[in-house]
Design a protein. Structure first.
Lengths: 205, 205
């Protein structure tokens, strides 16, 4: 039992260290020896648990999906209107992207290693689209706005949040910023809810 | 003269081949020998023109910026309302991201190698924000919508367009799709112009 517990802990430490490394350097740039050093584990132990870099990446992606599903499931389910719950779900995703290296890493890896089942988006897109569909049925949405378009818009915002969160972690000189990714996504939804056109604006083309 | 012309052509062929390689594999994953092979140029000639991978990447980024600035400058300047011109500018950026490997590569490299001057965003963000500011002054925007918020929203949409364009090029199984990135960004602006809230919706939180 003690040996099994140790093996589980070693595995977890490797997945956490790998998440940080894949998040920073991407799949191609990630170095297994840096992951070992960060986890305090020998290369022999790493290859015992994960025989390839791909296996390790898949474990990180699976953990990122699990963390995401759990976080969305833990959000309050009512009595707030569905539109607000949909938006709150995307804010929770932005928070995860800022605070959870496994989630940020899963998002990056699922672009760099396309694989339908491991794609991070699959862990949240259905839940978010279902909430927008509910909002539509409840009359909260403009009749011309389709729930699937809002799911697409959410993907764009979440992708933006991922990159803003990563840039903040790296203190990029490119984009000095004060607001968190969560705050930025909230601002975008405030604009999107109201629409941007003023009184003298022409009808949308 | 003939030798100088040949040198310019060699340099251009290397930058174009490097753009495709950086776009696909990222900075860390890009292989100089694949770039040489694609350009039909020896490694010796590559290192004569670019002594480091970083120099080659900087040349790709500079070309991506030049292409972007030229494309925006070539858009018609009137008499369309400034809001429509701002949106058209973002659609042109989405088109470049779909069709121009140097631009897509510049966008990717400027995230992977943070450097203020080479950041691809700097080649368009001021022009786009100026158009939104003009739209604001012309009363085309809702009074509560700030031009800088729309510049931020544009960044989110353009980042999304970049990834959609790249995923389409790789024919990712993750995201089967029919619409082009340009068409998707246009759909998003249609929604954003109108706003999403229906009659029974509560006021934005």
């Amino acid at each position: 039992m003690a040996r099994q517990l140790r093996a589980v802990r070693t595995r977890q430490a490797l997945v956490d260290a790998a998440a940080t490394e894949f998040d920073r350097s991407g799949y191609a740039g990630a170095a297994l020896n840096r992951i070992c050093r960060a986890a305090g584990i020998t290369m022999g132990a790493l290859t015992f648990h994960f025989s390839t870099k791909g296996e390790l990446a898949a474990a990180v992606q699976a953990k990122g999906q699990t963390v995401t599903r759990a976080a969305l499931a833990a959000l309050p389910s009512g009595p707030a209107p569905a539109l607000h719950r949909a938006i709150d779900a995307t804010l929770e995703l932005a928070r995860l992207l800022e605070e959870e290296p496994t989630v940020r890493s899963a998002a990056r890896l699922s672009r760099e290693r396309p694989d339908g089942e491991l794609a991070w988006t699959t862990s949240w897109i259905t839940a978010v689209q279902d909430l927008f569909s509910q909002a539509y049925r409840d009359g909260q949405l403009h009749a011309a706005v389709r729930p699937e378009d809002l799911a697409m818009l959410s993907r764009f915002l979440i992708l933006g949040a991922e990159h803003r969160a990563r840039a903040a972690g790296e203190q990029s000189v490119e984009e000095p910023r004060e607001a968190s990714a969560v705050e930025e996504v909230r601002q975008m939804w405030d604009i999107i809810q109201r629409g941007i056109c003023g009184p003298s604006s022409l009808a949308p083309s």
